[in-house]
Design a protein around this ligand. Structure first.
Ligand code: ATP
Ligand code: MG
Length: 374
């Protein structure tokens, strides 16, 4: 492999962007700050309209920002008063809709940007780099085909090759896999990640798909309404969500309304929830009577046929069982006597599913409970 794109270090500091609508300023990126270390894969994850694409376009230079600073390896790309144009930024970009040129061959698609862009390359050098990039994404054998005669996945690879042919220091990807079917999406996820690691290139990836962000990234920033609300490694994000929004957006979660009661001898918190007492770790201070939310992941719920003498075992009636293939999801109403006092969702292996209508005992192991301030 001859393409060695040294990964750049991107620093986005207090980025602001607003749009003018009917004479008023509508802020869409509010004080966004993050750093991508060289050679790492960084994702912005968030719901539709939270400002992911706008942030990416500011980094690419396709939008001018209204405040803050963006720099790559110490070179300032934009401030409120300076703006380096996109083709001078040493950044490659892949969009959701690929944006390949249908009237050109695969090869022409890859080579064209090298012949017209800022750093116009000599013809031979451009051809060499384009072929290298096509080899990298395993499209070299289709170089002479019309670009329209490619499958969705191949078109996606071509878009990637075109972005890599520049040998950029940073690769920007805006939902590049969302037009592909589920199986191909999985394959491309792996390919993209290995390619990024092989090349040692830095990547900024934008998606609203949490499993995509968790599976590919070194770090994930969750965005909501123009702000980054939490940044962490995938596992930490999943296991230690900072607030209800993150807990709910990243994976499925049970949110249990609870009241802080006391600390037990082991240092865990005792809370009141479902009309009973439950135990949970609680690193913060315990203010008796404070309302909190205890989060619990469905896949961590265990069930028993009979009561077990351990903390957080709750009687419940199974009200829904849904077969999802490799797992089964079930919902149960927690019982206090005959009274339903709330519901819990659980997930488990298909062979070990509780029967609908039965009363079972759900165990929420304290170690898997998380307390989030209300
Ligand atoms: N050119 C524009 N003029 C005015 N408002 C805009 C413009 N572009 C985007 N917006 C608004 O800015 C907000 C953020 O848009 P953005 O495209 O960054 O969201 P996103 O997180 O990428 O969403 P999605 O997941 O749907 O792609 C949205 O409310 C959008 O309507
Ligand atoms: Mg978008």
């Amino acid at each position: 492999m001859t393409i060695t794109a040294a990964g750049g270090r991107l620093v986005v500091d207090s980025l602001q962007k607003h749009y003018e609508l009917d004479g008023t300023e509508v802020p869409v990126v509010k004080n966004v700050t993050f750093t991508i270390e060289p050679g790492t894969f960084y994702s912005l994850l968030g719901p539709s309209g939270c400002g992911k694409t706008t942030t990416l376009r500011c980094v690419a230079g396709l939008e001018t920002s209204n405040g803050g600073e963006i720099s790559l390896d110490g070179t300032t790309l934009s401030t409120a008063t300076t703006h380096i144009p996109p083709n001078k930024r040493d950044i490659g970009m892949v969009f959701q809709n690929y944006a390949i040129w249908p009237h050109m061959s695969v090869f022409a698609n890859a080579v064209f940007p090298l012949q017209v862009s800022g750093g116009k390359l000599p013809k031979n050098e451009a051809r060499l780099r384009a072929m290298e990039a096509l080899e990298l994404v395993q499209l070299d054998h289709l170089a002479q085909r019309p670009a329209t005669a490619l499958s969705g996945g191949q078109q996606q690879r071509l878009a990637l090759a075109r972005a890599l042919a520049h040998r950029p220091r940073l690769l920007l990807l805006d939902e590049p896999l969302s037009n592909l079917d589920a199986k191909l999406r999985d394959t491309m996820r792996n390919e993209l990640r290995s390619l990024q690691q092989e090349l040692g290139i830095s990547a900024l990836y934008v998606t609203h798909d949490q499993s995509e962000a968790l599976s590919m990234s070194d770090r994930v920033a969750v965005m909501n309404q123009g702000r980054i609300v939490q940044e962490a490694a995938p596992r930490d994000l999943y296991n230690q969500p900072a607030d209800r929004f993150v807990a709910d957006f990243v994976g499925r979660v049970n949110m249990i309304e609870a009241t802080l009661h006391d600390r037990d001898s082991a240092g865990d918190a005792i809370v009141e929830a479902f009309g009973t007492r439950m135990t949970t770790p609680c690193p913060g201070e315990i203010r008796r009577g404070e309302q909190v939310t205890v989060t619990y992941r469905p896949e961590s719920v265990r069930w028993h046929e009979a009561a077990v003498d351990r903390p957080n075992v709750l009687p419940a009636r199974v009200i829904r069982v849904e077969f999802l293939g490799e797992i089964v999801e079930y919902e149960a109403e927690v019982l206090n006597g005959d009274q339903s006092v709330g519901t819990l969702v659980a997930r488990g292996a298909p062979l070990a599913t509780p029967p609908e209508g039965e009363v079972i005992y759900l165990e929420l192991t304290p170690q898997a409970c998380r307390v989030i301030a209300a």
